[in-house]
Design a protein around this ligand. Structure first.
Ligand SMILES: Nc1ncnc2c1ncn2[C@@H]1O[C@H](COP(=O)(O)OP(=O)(O)OP(=O)(O)O)[C@@H](O)[C@H]1O
Ligand SMILES: C[C@H](N)[C@H](N)CCCCCC(=O)O
Ligand SMILES: [Mg+2]
Length: 253
């Protein structure tokens, strides 16, 4: 089983978009691929359940439950798993255990809601998804690399999502949202990941706007400055480029 943490140069750069494209491509290559969004901020109440759009998209793109699959109860997340038939999507709460209502920085939302964002909650959710025996597990962050999870007095951050990834020793895939400013954001993010002692498996150039001036020149610059491989380019709003995505999967599987 291969597992990766998907980070990005910022929020809204296409981490979920790229995660789903990779999950779909892996599935087409007969790999069992599952996505995980441990912490999501920005939810709507749908039929009594707090639902986040990233989580829904990842649920849709993830492998389905198999015949007779029995899931161990980990941290109480098994709940809505009974009576499920094979071929159904994984329970949303397992894809996204921590759903915070306002679309704001998660540590602030958590403080408002009296929720604590702990290593254990994130790791338990990951362990539960591993019981489905995926070939590929992609865990999407929230925001960028240095995302605060907990704060002390005066909102001093004390613990970051990057610390969790460090403890889990996960390799990282960096999604670069191709827009003005991304060179600085990509280089700083890559420097921080390496300084945290983690490996960047590769990066994805996601054309998040479709109208970046000098897109190619920016891409050449990133290729020249980032030593890690460009896994794929994901174009703006076109049909997925399956060949490119398959090649990316071959590099990370
Ligand atoms: N290549 C693309 N073509 C078209 N639309 C895209 C592309 N990449 C991203 N988007 C759109 O841009 C928006 C932001 O993308 P996405 O939600 O994947 O960002 P994110 O980095 O996961 O953000 P967050 O930090 O909230 O998790 C979404 O509406 C998504 O559909
Ligand atoms: C709500 C939003 N869509 C993201 N999931 C959360 C982004 C948090 C960014 C925090 C920050 O670095 O300022
Ligand atoms: Mg997302």
């Amino acid at each position: 089983m291969k597992q990766y943490f998907i980070t990005g140069t910022d929020t809204e750069v296409g981490k979920t978009y790229v995660t789903c494209q990779l999950l779909n491509a892996a599935q087409r290559l007969s790999l069992r691929a599952i996505g995980y969004k441990p912490i999501a901020a920005g939810c709507e109440l749908v039929n009594g359940e707090w639902v986040n759009e990233d989580a829904l998209n990842i649920q849709k793109a993830s492998a389905k439950i198999r015949v007779g699959e029995v899931i161990e109860d980990v941290g109480g997340l098994k709940a809505d798993n009974k009576n499920r038939k094979s071929g159904q999507t994984l329970p949303l709460r397992q894809i996204n255990p921590i759903a915070l209502k306002p679309a704001i920085a998660p540590h602030i939302a958590a403080l408002e809601e009296g929720v604590t964002l702990t290593f254990d909650k994130i790791a338990q959710g990951l362990d539960l998804l591993k019981t489905y025996q995926p070939d590929l597990l992609l865990m999407e962050g929230a925001g960028g690399w240095r995302l605060p999870l907990t704060v002390g007095d005066e909102y001093t951050p004390t613990y970051y999502l990057s610390d969790v990834v460090k403890s889990l020793k996960m390799d990282v895939i960096l999604v670069v949202g191709m827009r003005l400013g991304c060179l600085n954001h990509a280089l700083l993010t890559a420097e921080a990941i390496r300084a945290d002692g983690l490996a960047i498996k590769g990066w994805v150039a996601n054309d998040v706007t479709g109208n970046m001036t000098r897109y190619q020149e920016n891409l050449y610059s990133l290729k020249a400055m980032l030593p890690e491989p460009l896994l794929a380019e994901t174009p703006y709003q076109s049909e997925p480029n399956e060949e490119a995505l398959f090649a990316a999967i071959e590099q990370i599987r």
